[in-house]
Design a protein around this ligand. Structure first.
Ligand code: NAP
Length: 293
């Protein structure tokens, strides 16, 4: 069994990005600029955004954080989105989700200029992803592709089961695993809360990508010998031994499953660090105007 070290791969990619940024700047080019809008004070969102800002520093990017209280109006937020769309200095920006209930997330996502949508959530980027056109790929699935690629994991012709069908993980992941490319070319099955034969599907899978947010859902008996298991789940569970009072738990019962695997990602230190680095990769592409002019 080989442990997939997302933390180490992420650190290496950040170094690669930083080196490229310095070359761009030395040649008189523009330092990529990522802006982030954060609404309210949700603990998870605060941590994610702080980590994104830190990653920008490591990559040599300029970053801006725009904060609003939770009672900001939808109109005010949409005005800011439009301002960032027009701001020539901002190469890409994100609006950290979830948003308070009185604001339509879909409306906000669709207001973002798709050429600056480095989260890859705008319908134009989602559509282009699905028909194999260059686009901003959403961060978590893109990070998983990078791990599969850097660990030389064969995906062509393999049976891949994706657990979960969310717009940000499950669906784009399934689409990427079935695309005509490497990694890709897999036979993909997507399971969700209405799936009847989920256990059987997993037992037959060469690759399982679990993204449902149910701690320890994937147990040893669900995984065949030699399978590759990618654990996207990050659920906060109480843990008195931690200073924060909680730890992050994956969707996979690691102790049972790991001994059967050829490759497995840990939680934390697997998919999580790759998600942020994928956002950095998209920001570099935006800075270089590599996808859209
Ligand atoms: P989500 O929007 O809540 O979607 C969960 C999906 O899992 C849904 O499709 C749901 O089915 C399915 N599901 C839930 N319970 C199930 C069950 N018992 N059996 C079968 N399917 C079930 O979640 P998400 O945003 O995709 O995130 C999934 C997990 O990944 C969460 O733990 C999240 O924190 C984590 N995550 C981690 C990262 C990272 O960087 N590491 C990034 C994003 C997300 P229905 O569609 O039928 O409801």
């Amino acid at each position: 069994m080989e442990l997939i070290d997302g933390k180490a791969v992420a650190a290496q990619i950040k170094q690669e990005i930083a080196a490229e940024v310095e070359q761009i700047v030395a040649a008189g080019g523009k330092r990529p600029h990522l802006a982030a809008i954060l609404v309210g004070h949700d603990g998870g969102s605060e941590t994610y955004v702080a980590n994104k800002v830190k990653a920008c520093e490591a990559c040599g990017f300029k970053s801006s954080l725009i904060r609003y209280e939770a009672d900001v109006t939808e109109e005010e937020l949409l005005n800011k989105v439009e301002e960032l769309n027009q701001d020539a200095d901002v190469d890409g920006f994100i609006v950290q989700l979830p948003l308070p209930k009185h604001i339509s997330e879909q409306k906000v996502i669709e207001a973002i200029d798709y050429r600056k949508d480095v989260d890859g959530f705008h319908p134009i980027n989602v559509g282009r992803l699905n028909i194999g056109l260059p686009c901003y790929v959403s961060a978590t699935p893109n990070g998983i592709l990078e791990l599969l690629s850097r660990y030389h994991i064969e995906t062509s012709g393999k049976k891949c089961v994706v657990l979960g069908r969310s717009n940000i993980v499950g669906k784009p992941m399934a689409s990427l695993m079935m695309r005509k490319a490497t990694p890709g070319d897999a036979t993909v099955t997507v399971c969700h809360s209405h799936s009847k034969d989920l256990v059987k599907e997993c037992q037959e899978a060469d690759i399982i990508i679990a993204a449902i947010g149910r701690p320890n859902f994937v147990t040893g008996d669900m995984v065949k010998e030699g399978a590759v298991v990618i654990d996207v789940g990050t659920t906060r569970v109480p843990d008195a031994t931690k200073k924060s009072g909680f730890r992050l738990n994956g969707d996979v019962k690691f102790d049972e499953v790991a001994p059967k695997c050829s490759f497995i990602t840990p939680v934390p230190g697997g998919v999580g660090p790759m998600t942020i680095v994928s956002l950095m990769k998209n920001t570099l592409l935006a800075g270089k105007k590599a996808i859209y002019k």
